[in-house]
Design a protein around this ligand. Structure first.
Ligand SMILES: [Zn+2]
Length: 194
């Protein structure tokens, strides 16, 4: 009997609903332990492709650069969310990646009479491969709606998401996991109090 093809998919895929939050969400809390899904350059390439910034950089050092950028972005976004001053060292890291960026715009014509701008990135270094994430993060920090940028409410979850629901009442990274766990716990609590 043929086995179904095994596909490795991040357990946190797409819950963030924003490329930068997806990037942060590559360190989920699993069974009480933070697990870094970035263990190799290939992991970083896969995530960059998944969040819409495929990179073609052929070299080394991507993993270390990605972890540095990610953790400094986590510090900046956490501080911005709390209304605290940004850590100057983390801000300097972000600006270092922004300055490394090399990109230009192409005017493209997807259909006759329709025009669009496409940003083309150069990827000569790890910093350049990660520059689109840095740029999206800078835009998020400057003009994102931090009322809608939230952490999952579960005590056993560290995932971020951008709440794009109409009601803006999203509480969980995922209804299927954290939302459901909360529902079951609340039900058990009610039953034990009855
Ligand atoms: Zn969660």
């Amino acid at each position: 009997m043929a086995h179904p093809t095994e596909i490795s998919i991040s357990p946190t895929a797409n819950l963030g609903d924003h490329p930068v939050l997806e990037f942060l969400n590559t360190v989920p809390l699993i069974d009480g332990q933070l697990q870094d899904l970035f263990q190799s350059d290939a992991d970083v390439f896969a995530t960059l492709a998944r969040i819409g910034y495929p990179a073609t950089f052929h070299g080394t050092g991507l993993l270390a650069a990605a972890r540095t950028l990610r953790e400094d972005l986590r510090s900046l976004i956490t501080a911005r969310k709390a209304g605290n001053p940004l850590d100057p060292k983390a801000l300097a890291t972000l600006n270092r990646f922004l300055r490394a960026a090399s990109s230009y715009l192409d005017l493209i014509q997807p259909h006759p009479g329709q025009f669009a701008l496409k940003k083309v990135w150069s990827h000569q270094t790890p910093e350049q491969a990660l520059a689109p994430v840095a740029e999206a993060a800078a835009e998020l920090l400057a003009s994102g709606d931090f009322d809608l940028i939230r952490r999952c409410e579960s005590d056993t979850c560290v995932l971020w998401f951008y709440d794009r629901t109409k009601s803006h009442h999203r509480r969980w990274c995922s209804m299927a996991s954290c939302g459901n766990r909360h529902k079951v716990a609340a039900f058990r609590k009610r039953r034990s109090e009855a």
